[in-house]
Design a protein around this ligand. Sequence first.
Ligand code: MOS
Length: 741
Amino acid sequence: MTATSYLGKPTSRIEARAKVTGTAKYAAEYNVPGLAHGVVVSSAIAKGRIKRIDVADALAVAGVLDVFTHEHRPELASSDEDYKDEVAPSGSPFRPLYDDRILFSGQPVALVVAEEFEIARFAAALVRVEYERQPHVTDFEAQRERATASKQDGIPTPSHARGHPAKAFEQAAVRVEAEYRMPVEHHNPMEPFAATAVWEGDDRITVFDKTQGPQNCRNYVANVFGMPRDQVRVLSPYVGGGFGSGLRPQYELPLAVLAARALERSVRVTLTRQQMFTLGYRSATIQELALGADSDGSLASFRHDAVGMTSQFEDFQRDFVNWSSLLYRCANSELGQRLVKLDQNTPCDMRGPGGAEGAYAIECAMDELAHAAKIDPLELRLINYSDQDQIADRPYSSKQLRECYRRGAEKFGWSNRNPQPRSMRDGDELLGWGMATGIWEAMQMKASAKAVLTANGSVEIASATADMGPGTYTMMAQLGAEMLGVPLDNVTVKLGDSALPDAPVEGGSFTTSSVGSAIHAACRAVQEELLALARKLAGSPLAGAKLDDVVFAEGKIRGKDDARREVSVADAMRAGKVDRIEKEASAEPNEDSKYSHCTHSAVFAEVKIDEQLGVIRVTRVVNAVAAGRILNPKIVRSQILGAVVGGIGMALHEETATDHRFGRFMTHNLADYHVPVNADVHAIDVILVEEEDHEINPLGVKGVGEIGIVGTAAAIANAVYHATGRRVRDLPITLDKLMRD
Ligand code: MOS
């Protein structure tokens, strides 16, 4: 693709007006006649059985339509396979209202449905549950020694070994051994989880659900309720944030559908903020690192052992440990991870899952090694820079990480750093500068899209994927406008609807590479047909032209080398008696690639710390990102800004505490669960280091959803060390940890 009328241009979100004026509707905002309201009753214990559930008082409340429990519900599927969604880990997925077993605190045990939300909420408080308690295990730290390696769908736990790491460590001139901890975190998107299940009659259901994957949810509902897929439609045209919490179907969805089918009327189920802490979360982690280096800083040995947590019924985990082998050249390495099973709900993906946790520990350990070796932390990264993925044993399709380091350091002023901890000040405050590397796998999934061009010059682009906020609508519109040569305003985008062409969940930073490639293919097919029509015109200036010889711009098909050879799209369609060209196409990743595909970043952070009180402010962050071709620098910058704020939260604020007496997350509201607010967020500079990557996919894009959070917490933690000389190795770095003797 050579024309660049729309790609690479800073472009505002096409749905911005709808969002700021409130016309963009979210899952709980679809009103239909006769809508009933469901409120969930949550388990008060972490493990055991329901001995008795008394719903008489709730049923007696005027306006209550029914109370559903495991004893009173329509039939549900009985095999694990039917509950497995497209991103389910191995194991036996949780089934809401299925039987009397309690698997985690806060598990839904009843759904009260009433004419009004307030009536349902009141009646829900009258449901009496008697439990048979069993001892629960929720203390991750205490269970650490019981961690075991697991297999995810037959794929062993991330692990890797090469060379002789133990011996090399013994002989290394400089050694660092340290253990890093991260707590459980919850995503807390603004929009509550909600499903409005619209009863269409004749066992047909349309659901507006808060989800990152409408087709994933459609298939789940069809499987769980034994319904044909074409009788279920799931829509999520707008999603008020996800961060991974909406990848798997959450229990509001099956509960709303269950009630709607039983009552044969439309039902909405909205979860409370407290109940959103009973969904998935980022697993706590303990990571042990042992790094050995020669006196010149060359890594001699890299060992990384991570422990994560999961539920008793599913093995959820992501890769925490393999990243160092993608970043740093080292002949001797041993990487492994294990899982502790707890009586909690299953963790799930949370922005940068695996990479964000792994990079925190790896990049703090590299900082410790730099100090031990008396080498500048950035210099240490460059000494050990790897052009090879040492696990897959292949080079990268593109890797401009060196350029990220260079431009980031220059913008930040890194060369003015005094390496001595506690040596820099700004008035009463200690000043600290830290840096870290970020990395994420640039994935692509199979996806389909449709492109429709009409003779009046309007274009429609459609694919089932969701837009949870990163700007997918705009990306899709830009591609349609660019490839079919029409103004951006002429492009309509349809997404977030299971009835549209097949697409995966929106996640993993793979939407632009996957859906974008499908749009590219669909638009190419439209172009082919247009060119064929143009060639057929009597005396066509494009006779004999091939698709690669022309561009589509301003409603014209033009010779690439000779702009005077042009045919208007309208003329071509008129002559061919065609008033509409519609093409659907799919794109798949190139499985035979000889290259590894990653995005990279260099993050530089400045902190100012009140010496007496230990209050930390992150006054500056520079994040230089290399993620292939950037289709829209404006929304990509926003994506990185938001992720850096997430990184500040990870470093300094976020933590879900558990009360082990009850086996329950006790941080379950936005007063106690701290996130960065405006006063915590200062200057953030985003540098986009463009990469030309002709191998990865036809658009040359990698995706930027996750990369901005990866490395950010480590850069801040390293800056805190540089400011204070104190190494806090368990996040979040709160002032009590900094002041502790
Ligand atoms: Mo992302 S954590 O794959 O939504």
